[in-house]
Design a protein around this ligand. Structure first.
Ligand code: PEP
Ligand code: MG
Length: 762
């Protein structure tokens, strides 16, 4: 039995509102009609609508009962009065004696002094507060739960109407925070480079606003109840492991889903909203909006996580209601707008129709980001509030170079953007012409340019980019994208495919680099307080060598009769390298004993990713066949700044004199020992940093495939020797002593001046 189902009178209110909205007449007249209908229905003497202005003040937009001369005149400052209190709490306020409330503020022009009973509710859309709807009564009165329910439902409908742009034209909304038809530019973080023009597809329902009021509330309630039952069944099935698709939610998340899906309070709120006359979809949206508004600013990460669960659950419910189309059938030129997306979800989308992705969350080092880059899909992340500001079908221009997203752009902006797209295409064509040209500096230094890879989708890039090999194959990606531990033969098959695609070009396989942020959803793990400094990569592999042994077998099998190039991640001591090498040799010995084919030759390398191993290089270089500098991690540990944490990850310039000295030390020792060395972190693919690395003496770079063209173009104009001499001067103690503090921190400015004077294309 569901409590508090409102009377039929409240239901009729929603139909009346629909009628008023469909009437002829200007927007103000219709809003006036609307507040009058609400006041009548709730037997209140006053009903007022306040809308939020961009400066966060609340403007009286329509009223029944207060002085009409106060409309568009009365403005409450941010946080002022009872309306301000509702904005702050993002929840209803029901007061028998409003003037006694400490936040009560009196505006004489409204002539509201005689009113005592007060009920106000926020007007929310997608968790964003658009306004406040208030009813007041002359006598001291406590509005009933049913009244409150009714007012919240009306405010939900009102939010949809206001934001749809049907009621108020862009001019009328000029001074309101929500101007849905207006061009907007939002900024976020660059996640995957590229420019795109397309139409918005929301990874949440955009169709609710077409008809938020049910034609037949009883039927709507039944439709919602049966969708909830289906949802519960499907969550149970997921939990029991049936139909758990690739990369689906982890068990922990499923536990939370199950708990919420069976939560009576959630169900009651949904059904109450539908019983009151909202469509089933609008009921889901209403409850979701309330949760969002309440949890969004929660400091507690646990609560914020629960909001994600509730959002996902609401989306699932809308799918059961048929309100969200399957994203597999994207329209042409789609720009998908989503809260976040996992790597597996991304791979399921139709790349021929998907032009770009905008995320409210998302991090540049996440696995989805890596997959997006492999797919060459432009992505901008951390765009706050984008889901609330974009409507399905809006034109979107996405600039993955600067991290900007243009919504509903003006004609001029779109034309200028399309010109940039054309220019970029021309640049790419120019890079393609360099494909077969060897990367050689002007003074004759040959630079080997390889690419980083980790997925099958990367492999065609070998041909297209002109890479000379794969300098880093991240084997853990197969594990991260799978919903189960890949079997030995599945691993072997992938490595075979990689070697087939590479042909004569060398491939360096890096053994599993798990732990830290790379957690397998299907393997239980203990939370660590500092995962980047924790039980990861080789530490994990040496403590539990079973997984590593299987991987060695797969690699030995796939490279039988050929050359196996293998390297170990996150080596911190010589002992770790020796132990890993001994394990590999033991596996090769074992395979031989079983009469299996083994690689014709084996080259074993170490990654240089910890400052600790940099200071043991002298010894390490006697034992390795090659090394590769994993600059992403090396810099994270050098600066003690988490590469995953946007607050600190870009805080220190890699062209800092300290880090350059360390990198120079690595290049010098390797060159002296004639030990092949490459750099494979992201910096190797950035033209400025790549030039400096070459000047330091590195002659091999392994970079993301899209970086090969730009880096090669820079190399062809570079004089390694000359830049090397200049760099040595910039780093010399005497010049640092003379330079200002800024120059000591980084040599970037000196280099950029040098590049400009010497016409170095960056
Ligand atoms: C690195 O740390 O620079 C590296 C190449 O490895 P990953 O980015 O996979 O940690
Ligand atoms: Mg690394």
């Amino acid at each position: 039995m569901i409590k508090g189902i409102p009377q039929v009178g409240h239901r009729q209110l929603l139909s009346q509102i629909r009628q008023i909205m469909a009437d002829e007449g200007n927007a103000q007249e219709r809003l006036d009609g609307l507040v009058a209908a609400i006041a009548r229905n709730l037997q209140a003497q006053v009903c007022s609508l306040y809308l939020r202005r961009p400066d966060a003040s609340m403007e009286l937009w329509a009223t029944y009962g207060l002085a009409s001369s106060a409309v568009h005149v009365t403005r409450l400052g941010a946080g002022e009065g009872l309306v301000g209190e509702i904005v702050r709490l993002a929840k209803p306020l029901n007061l028998t004696e409003a003037p006694k409330h400490p936040e009560f503020s009196f505006h004489p022009e409204t002539q509201e002094d005689p009113f005592h009973g007060f009920l106000g509710v926020p007007v929310l859309r997608g968790g964003r507060l658009l306004g406040v709807l208030v009813v007041q009564s002359r006598e001291a009165r406590h509005y009933s739960d049913e009244d409150m329910e009714a007012l919240q439902n009306v405010s939900m409908v009102l939010a949809e109407i206001v934001s749809s742009g049907d009621l108020l034209s862009p001019n009328e909304l000029e001074n309101v925070a929500l101007r849905p038809m207006r061009a907007e530019v939002l900024s976020g973080r660059r996640i995957s480079d590229g420019l795109a023009v397309g139409r918005a597809v929301l990874d949440m329902p955009g169709r609710v606003n077409t008809n938020p009021v049910a034609d037949d509330p009883e039927a709507e309630k039944q439709r919602l109840i049966s969708a909830i039952s289906e949802l519960r069944r499907s969550v149970d099935a997921l939990y029991q492991g049936k139909g758990n698709r690739l990369g689906g939610p982890s068990r922990e998340v499923l536990e939370a889903y199950r708990m919420f899906a069976n939560d009576q309070g959630w169900m009651d709120r949904l059904v109450e909203a539908a019983s009151a006359g909202l469509s089933a979809e609008a009921a889901v949206e209403r409850v979701r909006g309330e949760h969002r508004a309440r949890f969004r600013n929660a400091k507690n990460p646990y609560l914020r996580e629960r909001l994600h669960d509730l959002e996902d659950l609401a989306n699932r419910l809308l799918r059961h209601l048929g309100a969200i189309e399957d994203l597999a059938s994207l329209p042409k030129d789609a720009v998908l707008i989503a809260r976040d997306i996992g790597p597996a979800g991304l791979l399921e989308l139709d790349r021929s129709r998907l032009k770009a992705l905008v995320l409210e969350e998302g991090s540049p080092t996440s696995h989805a980001a890596i997959v997006a880059r492999a797919l060459r899909l432009p992505v901008v992340g951390q765009v706050a509030g984008v889901l609330d500001r974009v409507s399905e079908g809006d034109t979107v221009l996405l600039d993955g170079e600067s991290g900007s997203v243009f919504i509903r752009p003006d004609g001029d902006v779109e034309a200028a953007f399309r010109a940039r797209v054309a220019e970029r295409r021309a640049r790419r064509a120019a890079y393609a012409r360099l494909r077969d040209k060897p990367a050689c500096t002007r003074d004759g230094q040959r630079i080997k340019l390889s690419m980083n890879a980790g997925l099958r989708v990367d492999l065609p890039q070998l041909e297209e980019s002109g890479a000379e090999g794969i300098g880093l194959f991240r084997t853990e990606f197969q594990f991260l994208l799978s919903d189960h531990l890949p079997k030995q033969n599945e691993q072997t098959r992938l490595y075979h495919d990689v070697l087939d695609a590479a042909g004569d070009r060398p491939v360096v396989f890096r053994t599993l680099d798990l732990g830290g942020d790379k957690v397998l959803p299907y393997v239980a793990h203990e939370r660590e307080s500092n995962p980047a400094l924790g039980w990861r990569a080789m530490r994990m592999a040496l403590d539990r060598p079973g997984l590593l042994r299987y991987q060695f077998r797969a690699l030995i099998d796939a490279t039988a009769g050929k050359e196996l190039n293998i390297m170990f991640p996150l080596i911190t001591t010589l002992g770790e390298f020796r132990s890993a090498k001994a394990l590999l040799e033991a596996e090769i010995g074992r395979m031989k004993r079983f009469g299996k084919n083994v690689p014709q030759s084996v080259r074993i390398g170490s990654m240089i990713e910890t400052p600790a191993i940099v200071w043991q290089l002298d010894e390490l270089l006697h034992e390795v066949d090659f090394v590769s500098v994993g600059a992403n991690d090396l810099m994270q540990y050098f600066f003690a700044a988490d590469r995953e944490n946007p607050r600190v990850s870009e805080r220190y310039d890699i062209l800092n004199t300290g880090s350059l000295r360390m990198l120079g030390h690595v290049a010098k020792l390797c060159n002296q020992a004639a030990c092949p060395v490459s750099v494979c972190g992201e910096i190797a693919g950035q033209t400025v940093e790549a030039a400096i690395l070459i000047a330091l003496g590195f002659t091999e770079l392994s970079v993301p495939p899209a970086a090969i063209g730009p880096v090669k173009r820079m190399i062809l104009s570079l004089d390694q020797n000359d830049l090397g001499i200049n760099l040595a001067q910039w780093l010399a103690k005497e010049s640092l002593a003379k330079a200002g503090a800024e120059a000591i921190v980084s040599i970037r400015e000196q280099f950029l001046n040098y590049a400009q004077t010497n016409g170095l294309p960056l």
